[in-house]
Design a protein around this ligand. Structure first.
Ligand code: NCD
Length: 315
């Protein structure tokens, strides 16, 4: 009997084995989509998005629809009673009455954790401030495993806003658990990876890492490059954002010395970090990543609702 996954707040809430089970299920869904179309019949997902989103919210909703389930929620805090001063606790207790599982995005770090303490249904963190984004991490892991054929023995470069990018923080924590991973952090000094991750994750586990400022200096060593946008909404000062926003633009020239097996990932939205000309390059994986995000969320919803047993005629 598998252990229940009560909530997914941080990528380390899933063991390596549980993570792999979800990726395996996502691969099974990709191979045989029709078998899953009624798995979540009569189940309801609530999507509570207090911060903007295109892919995460819509992929959660598309995932639930493809599983035959229902969806309700809001895509904007202004459309909820948060504007009247309602607390997260009260909102969550209310929405727990209407749904079987909740995906929640919030600008405040820790908000989904607080929600999980009051909810009577499972909570999935769909991004909390500059902190974590575990379902994007599952998407990224599935993409790397499908494209590179493995999750170990990789050199992975993170490029852009490594300070505020929650997708970077989550993926770093998850990748740190696989064997023989080398991390390369490509960022201006002001946007480098936070010290707590260096100390608590990299140094504590004696993992090799390098901090650099230029893509060209390391591109030939990378198996994966994870591009990110500068997180405008988390800057205190508009001038700093304007100065830093176009620091990195990955174009075909910068890819000249890259490996042919390189995977180029980006959680999206893209602003200017990857030139459009790269989209046609076989190494560009960011739109495959979008599609993988839907399948991995289907797998996660099934697993968290305990509906991931052998799919049979009963569905
Ligand atoms: C990311 C996010 O919201 O953190 N987007 C996403 O979920 N795919 C990345 C970003 O906004 O830059």
């Amino acid at each position: 009997m598998k252990k229940t996954i009560q909530n997914l707040i941080d990528p380390s809430d899933l063991s390596i084995e549980e993570t792999q089970e979800i990726l395996d299920l996502a691969n099974q869904i990709i191979a045989d989509k029709d078998s899953y179309k009624n798995v979540c019949k009569h189940k309801t997902l609530a999507t509570l998005f207090f911060e903007p989103s295109t892919r995460t919210r819509l992929s959660f909703e598309a995932a639930m629809f493809e599983l035959g389930g229902n969806v309700l929620g809001f895509s904007n805090a202004n459309a909820s009673s948060a504007t009247k001063g309602e607390s997260i606790r009260d909102t969550i207790q209310t929405v727990s009455c209407y749904s079987d599982i909740i995906a929640m995005r919030h600008p405040k770090e820790g908000a989904p954790l607080v929600a999980s303490q009051k909810a009577t249904v499972p909570i999935i963190n769909a991004g909390d401030g500059g902190h974590n984004h575990p379902t994007q991490t599952l998407t990224d892991l599935l993409t790397i495993q499908r494209e590179n054929g493995r999750l170990d023995n990789l050199t992975i470069g993170f490029c852009g806003d490594l300070k505020f990018g929650r997708t970077v923080h989550s993926l770093l924590k998850a990748m740190a658990r696989y064997k023989n991973i080398t991390f390369v952090f490509i960022a201006p000094k002001e946007l480098q990876i936070p010290e707590y991750l260096i100390t608590d994750v990299l140094k504590q586990h004696h993992l090799p890492y390098q901090e650099v400022e230029r893509i060209e200096d390391v591109i030939e060593t990378l198996d994966v490059i994870y591009m990110t946008r500068v997180q405008q909404e988390r800057f205190f000062n508009e001038q700093d954002y304007i100065r830093l926003k176009d620091t990195y633009i990955l174009d075909l020239k910068k890819l000249t010395h890259a490996k042919t097996e390189l995977s180029i990932l980006h959680p999206l939205p893209r602003v200017n970090e990857i030139a459009i000309e790269v989209d046609e390059d076989p190494r560009a994986c960011y739109f495959k990543q979008v599609l993988n995000g839907k399948f991995v969320r289907m797998a996660l919803i099934m697993r968290m609702l305990g509906l991931d047993k052998e799919v049979s005629d009963e569905y």
